[in-house]
Unconditional design. Sequence first.
Length: 396
Amino acid sequence: MIIKPRIKGFVCITSHPAGCMENVRQQAELASQLSFPEGKGPKKVLVIGSSTGYGLSSRISAAFSNNAATLGVSFEREPKEGKPGSAGHYNVSAFQKLAHSKGLVAEDINGDAFSNECKEEVIKKAKEMGGGFDLVIYSLASPRRTDPTDGQVYRACLKPIGMIYKNKTLDTDRAEVKEVTIDPANDSEIAHTEKVMGGEDWALWTRRLVDEDLLAEGCINLAYSYVGPEVTRPIYRNGTIGRAKAHLEEVGKELNLAMQNACGGNAYVSVNKAVVTQASSAIPVVPLYVSMLFKVMHELGTHEGCIEQTNRLFQDRLFGESSSLDLDSAGRIRLDDWEMADQVQQKIMELWPKVDTSNLMDITNFKEYQQEFLRLFGFGIDGVDYEQDVDPVNPF
Ligand code: NAD
């Protein structure tokens, strides 16, 4: 079939296998340029949330910089005859193909990582791989979670807490800057969001891996968080999702002690920069901020996407010759240091009041945002022939 993008709001309901392959290939090429001192890089890596965004790039950084064996966990839609699978599905297949062609071990489980069944399947596969994970990355982003203890479904929401939030936002379909007003979350919505995106599930994963003795001596167990700028603070860091991230960060401190006791390892939270992913495109105000951020960081020569971030994490913070964790006062790794630099944030504060529909294309890089969004689904990538017939079920 010929596959074209079909965008509905902040998702694209189709995806292109050849474009996803090219996406993964390009990221692998960047990762292969890293180098670590003998014996320092990751050798066996578990990535929970491995098919798109930061989880995918983390896995690519590990596999293609250091030939790490990887086990990926994700929740993706399989293709059917005449109906493409999700982008994450093709990313996983593309990753497997490229990794196997280099002789690397790459195993995957497609399932609901919040469920006990999925955890048991992963444990089984991890044992078959001989255990000994020296790096675990927890990179789930999900709008809902079914609690495995009682079957209750929790839904995350993106709302401010204790205040009505009014700000500019971007209608990405119409390229229009508009005003958005979001009512505050109630207590139940706050609690539900924490259940989904807080640290509870990360702790459950860690406990299972420790109990099954699947972690190598000195293993690093890492989850991702975000802080962000003044303009998104009420909807992000001080909102429901920020409350959940604060919970994740607190849980990280407990897990750090548990890791030290269990295997002489550590648990950290890395605060990453804002990038275009399926998760971030759903957050009000963020697409406008990211479009502006692209412009400002390109001008300063500090622009990064997921793979540049995870490569820098590996090279400068975790495994490189002169790497240093450089933790902040709350004990977090700050990969968002370039985003949060004064020079960048002052420029954002200067541009934010001025941006409207008429100057959107001049004072932000909205075009690049749109291209990046399409790329997530394998579209708009140079060198891919989108007129060519593809088999959505067995594309590679
Ligand atoms: P993403 O949407 O690109 O990826 C989410 C991943 O989670 C996918 O692999 C998906 O398959 C998997 N997933 C979702 N629900 C699942 C389930 N029930 N079972 C198994 N897998 C499931 O998201 P992302 O933006 O890369 O976010 C990953 C992490 O990075 C999140 O913790 C997020 O808060 C953090 N982060 C993101 C940004 C950003 O700007 N995107 C910035 C800083 C930190």
